[in-house]
Design a protein around this ligand. Structure first.
Ligand code: G3H
Length: 253
């Protein structure tokens, strides 16, 4: 049920599909330079999602400013939708946390949501204890069973800095040439995972069983990151991006 919205970038969308096997929607402009372009990516994603959602579907979401834009574009729905945060405790500022975005998506659509209370820094023993908490188990279960995933993709070092990552991890990311990040996983340009934030929730391998995955990221500055992610993106992913990123992706070596 792939939806075709009007796009003047058919040839670039085709090129990306031919290279990576991933369907793409490209909006005009470069969100690095114009915040309205990010809002437009949010609109397109919200439209695609709303058209695919069905009663009692569940949606798992990540955090970030792009996801916040998706949430702002959602409308009240006459369907009962459950929103869950894909992963907990990535170190984001509260406005960018998956918990916050998922609550706001539920409020916009009239759906319900579950919150994952996992601190950013937990010792091994508290971590094990947390995983035994019935409330945590219940949310993890809902995350794994989610029908839809919506996630952002970030530039690796920018994300690490934004999340106040330790110097040790930062230098490890640099050493391994991390370029992209999604779900708390950091990738090199071949799409190999070079670091993962220790937290609970959706694991990369869980994506393969999902039928509806929307990856939303734009801006020329994210081209390398998006390209790295495309290397390993499940083929059931739909990428919503902008002209700035898309043109740079197909021009990168
Ligand atoms: O994982 C990726 C980040 O959440 C992307 O954040 O949308 O603010 O660039 P952003």
């Amino acid at each position: 049920h792939y939806l075709t919205l009007y796009s003047s970038f058919n040839h670039i969308e085709e090129e990306i599909f031919n290279r990576y096997g991933v369907k793409t929607h490209i909006v005009r402009g470069n969100s690095d330079l114009d915040e309205m372009v990010k809002a437009e990516m949010g609109n397109v994603t919200a439209e695609l999602l709303e058209q695919s959602l069905y009663d009692h579907a569940s949606v798992s979401v990540t955090g970030g400013s792009t996801m916040a834009r998706v949430s702002e574009s959602l409308h009240p729905l006459d369907k009962d939708i459950l929103f869950t945060p894909a992963r907990g405790g990535l170190g984001e500022n509260v406005v960018f946390q998956a918990n916050t975005i998922c609550a706001s998506m539920a409020n916009r659509t009239g759906g319900s949501y579950k919150v994952l209370y996992v601190p950013d820094q937990v010792s091994e023993s508290s971590y094990e204890t947390l995983l035994k908490e019935p409330a945590v188990i219940e949310v993890l279960d809902a995350i794994r069973r989610s029908d839809f995933i919506i996630h952002g993709i970030g530039d690796a070092l920018k994300m690490a800095e934004r999340r106040k990552t330790s110097e040790e991890v930062l230098s490890q990311l640099k050493h391994h040439h991390a370029v992209g990040e999604a779900f708390g996983y950091y990738f090199n340009d071949k799409g190999e995972v070079v670091h993962r934030v220790k937290t609970i929730g959706l694991q990369l391998e869980d994506l393969t069983t999902k039928t509806n995955i929307f990856a939303v990221a734009g801006g020329t500055s994210k081209a390398e990151a998006i390209k790295a992610y495309l290397e390993i993106a499940p083929k059931n992913t739909i990428l919503i991006t902008d002209e700035g990123a898309a043109k740079a992706i197909i021009n990168l070596e």
